[in-house]
Design a protein around this ligand. Structure first.
Ligand code: SAM
Length: 333
């Protein structure tokens, strides 16, 4: 960037926003019942989706303003053509201290080596069941075995930590939460239990959703959960370890104990909207101005405007008349 802007992204509530999550596509090879809408929604056309060079330009401007952490997500990032080259370009941007990827793991084995070579060391894999038939029921695809092969492959390639994200779904996988926690006795995985959030027109209603205190009750029989001290780079997860276990468990209580006061995130949607809060549809268009030829300094100003508009907390965002109609797949989970 050559406009010489060096403003930090600090919002009205004194939060320093240094974390950008990028959805590179709204497309996904899975159709998870709780994520994909009941009714078919039109997918973004190629022209509507940000091109890689556009995303890279936005990231460079963000980094100049104080972004240091970047996560690539989707949709399913590994279904987008050219994503590995894009990851390499991202990894080459100086100023990004942490670059991570969230994937459903189905194509991980095919890409593990190149993802690692691109410079990514940390991966999150979303996995909500350890049972083949249930996996097919939740996702619409009989691909559990491939996901496991992917996880084993990234272990062999030395990725660390390997985080398994489990959305706790009442009556669907609550009987398996203990099995996920048990995995940490055998493997160095970080299993993260996540509360199901009311986003978009999910085909599945978990009302009321399973909240972290109940999730903890499911896994308590395994023994005492020893708290792990948080460090500055930790996200919102409350972390624990069972005595002697190589892995750890974590709880993300997005609803029951929300962490808005320390939220450091901005999201860039697949269609080029900068979104200051996951649970509010208020977002700023970057793609339009960019394609109309705006300067870096104007994009930087839009970044700062988004930061100024970040709601103080998501109760406010959910009660906002703007509502939350966007799908997780296009916002980027
Ligand atoms: N395809 C990639 C994957 O599966 O990890 C990345 C995108 S996916 C939308 C990102 C994460 O959002 C997944 O862990 C998914 O389980 C989670 N997710 C989707 N809808 C959710 C909801 N309503 N509440 C909580 N988590 C949700």
């Amino acid at each position: 960037m050559n406009d010489g802007l060096k403003t930090k992204l600090i919002d009205r509530h004194d939060r320093r926003l240094n974390y950008l999550r990028i959805s590179v596509t709204d497309r996904c090879n899975l159709r998870c019942t709780y994520c994909v809408p009941r009714d078919r929604i039109p997918r973004l056309s190629h022209a509507e989706i940000l091109r890689y060079e556009e995303i890279l330009r936005i990231v460079r401007i963000g980094v100049d303003l104080g972004i240091t952490k970047v996560r690539v997500t989707g949709g399913e990032p590994l279904v987008r053509k050219g994503v590995i080259g894009f990851l390499e370009s991202l990894a080459g941007i100086s100023g990004i201290s942490e670059l991570t990827l969230t994937t459903n793991g189905v194509f991980l084995e095919d890409h593990a080596e190149r993802i690692r070579a691109a410079g990514i060391r940390r991966l999150n894999i979303s996995l909500d069941t350890l049972q083949r038939e249930k996996f097919a029921r939740i996702t619409g695809s009989d691909a559990l075995e491939r996901v496991w092969q992917g996880i084993e492959s990234i272990r062999r390639h030395g990725f660390s930590p390997i985080k398994l994200n489990v959305v706790a779904l009442k009556g669907i996988n609550d009987d398996e939460l203990i099995d996920f926690a048990r995995l940490t006795f055998r493997h160095p995985y970080h299993v993260r239990f996540i509360e199901h959030m009311p986003i978009g027109q999910s085909r599945m209603k978990t009302t009321p959703p399973l909240l972290v205190p109940e999730i903890k009750d499911f896994i308590r029989p395994l023994g005492e959960m020893l708290p792990i001290e948080k460090n500055a780079d930790d996200g919102p997860a409350e972390r624990f370890r069972f005595k002697g276990a190589p892995g750890e468990i974590g709880f993300i209580s997005a609803l029951s104990h929300h962490f808005c006061s320390s939220c450091n995130r901005l999201r860039l949607t697949a269609s080029g909207q900068l979104r200051p809060c996951l649970l509010s549809d208020r977002q700023l268009d970057l793609k339009g101005p960019m394609r109309a030829g705006c300067k870096d300094s104007q994009l930087a100003e839009l970044f700062q405007q988004a930061v100024r508009n970040k709601p103080s907390d998501h109760n406010l965002a959910v009660n906002d008349h703007a509502g939350v109609s966007c799908q997780m797949s296009s916002i980027g989970g």
